[in-house]
Design a protein around this ligand. Structure first.
Ligand code: C2E
Ligand code: MG
Ligand code: MG
Ligand code: MG
Length: 285
């Protein structure tokens, strides 16, 4: 396709890229008022211990129902929020909301919150986290921060300082989407993680790609050697659960154990100590 420029000449352009750009622009504008619109909410997905067969806590996942665009997936709007910087404000709201809602659940049910590198690398992140814990009254030991390794690569020195401050508060830090970044092994070695979350793409490939088995087994073994618990993301089938159990994977999360639910449903699940799709049958599979 071609397009006429202002000087009257013509040039080639990519209509799809144009369309993408327009959509991102709409998302960027919509996000500016998302908090004020009351259009953000958190849902919570169970995380379970495979060994003890118990519910450990929930991962908080952000949902946005835009008045203009309808439901937009975080996979689509988080990158835009990071580019525009609005993620700092939204991430603050997420932390406050997740900590507040978790205080309603029976202790010691935990909550895991995704934190963007942009947010984490702000100079006052640890101080702000302290304030949020104080204001909501959540015990720091019930909170876990999930980060991906991209942030550690760009600025490892500063990242290490922030992680140390967070851990000094008693808050745990998990490495999310392990295996998808560039320097997994070196980051694991240099940063004080409390948990490794194996990316769900590996579990997805299980039984379909020969190497997936070896990769998952190796990560579990690595975690055990470093004394870091390993959580498998995206467990959907009994076959996957049985595989993980057999390899002594510590923790799991996925549609098999429950889809994300609202805070009051999470509360009820935590009280009953079970999870959606009742766990015992699934876990013993
Ligand atoms: P993530 O942190 O790796 O979260 C796990 C994602 O996998 C969630 O997608 C969850 O719904 C999905 N999932 C869980 N179990 C299964 C399963 O068994 N099968 C399949 N196919 N999917 C499963 P979601 O909620 O769409 O979030 C996507 C990503 O957006 C998250 O990946 C995270 O990187 C980001 N995100 C979500 N909420 C927040 C937030 O509050 N702050 C930040 N910074 N990022 C967030
Ligand atoms: Mg996560
Ligand atoms: Mg993940
Ligand atoms: Mg992810």
């Amino acid at each position: 396709r071609s397009k006429k420029l202002q000087d009257g000449s013509w040039c080639w352009y990519d209509a799809d890229a144009d369309e993408d750009g327009r959509r991102r622009g709409q998302i960027a504008i919509g996000l500016r008022s998302a908090i004020a619109d009351g259009a953000l909410r958190l849902v919570y997905q169970p995380q379970i211990s495979m060994k003890k067969r118990e519910l450990l806590g929930f991962e908080a996942l952000l949902r946005w129902s835009s008045p203009q665009l309808g439901d937009v997936s975080p996979a689509e709007f988080i990158p835009v929020a990071e580019q525009t910087g609005i993620i700092v404000e939204i991430g603050d709201w997420v932390l406050m909301q997740a900590c507040h809602e978790a205080t309603q659940w029976p202790a010691p049910t935990g909550v895991a919150v995704n934190v963007s590198p942009v947010q984490l690398m702000r100079p006052n992140f640890a101080e702000r986290l302290t304030e949020i814990l104080d204001e909501t009254g959540l015990a720091p030991t019930r909170l876990e921060i999930e980060i991906t390794e991209t942030m550690l690569i760009d600025n490892p020195g500063q990242a290490l300082l922030v992680l140390r401050k967070i851990k000094a508060l008693g808050v745990r830090v998990a490495m999310d989407d392990f295996g998808t970044g560039y320097s997994s092994l070196s980051t694991l070695f240099s940063f004080p993680f409390d948990k490794i979350k194996v990316d769900r793409s590996f579990l997805n490939a299980l039984g379909r790609q020969a190497q997936a088995t070896s990769v998952i087994e190796t990560v579990i073994e690595l975690g055990h050697k470093l004394s870091i618990p390993v959580l498998a993301e995206g467990v959907e089938t009994d076959f996957q659960a049985a595989f993980l159990k057999d390899r002594r994977c510590d923790e799991a999360q996925g549609f098999l154990y429950g889809r994300p639910v609202d805070s009051s449903t999470a509360h009820a699940l935590a009280l009953s100590g079970t999870w959606q799709d009742d766990g015992d049958a699934k876990l013993s599979a």
